[in-house]
Ligand binder design. Structure first.
Ligand SMILES: Nc1ncnc2c1ncn2[C@@H]1O[C@H](COP(=O)(O)OP(=O)(O)OP(=O)(O)O)[C@@H](O)[C@H]1O
Length: 232
């Protein structure tokens, strides 16, 4: 479904992604692991259209989208939950969720909201509250809910477990697996929390210094092998 081929991404003269190729299939569940600063967020931003690669190509359902803007990729079904969540603190929870449907599916907002609250019932009682007053875990659920309101085919999440209580992290894993199951949603998670990532992902990629250095099936690799890449 989404293919990246030999991507190179730089900030000015500093090259951060150096020849990355990867694939996210239909109804796939993938995690991308690696230490701080190896380029995971940079790679994600280039896949969703926030950073333009210097070299290489990205295709979506067979069509080249390397220079397609993020907004257009969102219309095609590519959604993104950024690191730090980026919910709008002064808008209510309901308004934050509505934003997800506004760009491409405004007429379906009510139906999508109902569906979303099925997936995240904990948000129901907070709908009239300002997003900024929610706990970190609730804000993460809100950010995922908002992304799902855009009816994505693939959801990219940047470190969704960061700074969140273990019970909420487990609930987020269950919900993502449920949406995957019921909607054939593809999920691509950037993570450093191995347990969480492996509760969801069927495949993994590991990055070091801007390159993919290991990949495979999560059931066929020992967690110790992956941990070696994550510890300093
Ligand atoms: N806007 C920017 N301008 C210049 N350099 C940047 C910028 N954003 C990131 N970098 C650099 O690019 C490298 C990769 O950063 P990136 O955030 O992609 O890594 P990461 O693996 O996602 O790390 P983390 O786990 O800390 O989020 C780092 O050396 C970082 O300092």
């Amino acid at each position: 479904m989404l293919n990246a081929n030999a991507l190179q991404v730089s900030y000015g003269k500093s090259r951060v992604i150096n020849g990355v190729s990867l694939e996210v299939g239909k109804s796939d569940k993938v995690c991308l692991m690696g230490r701080n600063g190896v380029g995971k967020t940079t790679l994600l931003k280039s896949l969703i259209g926030l950073l333009a690669p210097k070299e290489g190509a990205i295709t979506w359902e067979g069509k080249e989208i390397t220079r397609t803007r993020a907004n257009e990729r969102s219309r095609m079904g590519i959604a993104y939950v950024p690191q730090g969540r980026e919910i709008i603190p002064m808008l209510t929870v309901k308004e934050n969720l509505e934003l997800g449907a506004m760009a491409h599916h405004p007429k379906e907002t009510a139906r999508l909201m109902e569906e979303m609250l099925e997936y995240f019932p904990a948000l129901k009682e907070h709908l009239p509250r300002k997003g900024g007053v929610l706990s970190g875990g609730q804000q993460q659920q809100l950010a995922i809910g908002r992304a799902l309101m855009s009816k994505p085919k693939v959801l990219f999440l940047d470190e969704p477990s960061e700074g969140i209580q273990p019970n909420v992290v487990a609930e987020i894993a269950r919900t993502l697996n449920r949406v995957h199951e019921e909607k054939s949603l593809s999920v691509f998670i950037v993570e450093q929390n191995l347990d969480f990532a492996f509760k969801i992902a069927e495949r993994f990629y590991v990055m070091e210094k801007g390159q993919i250095v290991n990949s495979g099936n999560t059931r066929e690799v020992s967690t110790d092998t992956i941990k070696k890449y994550l510890t300093i």
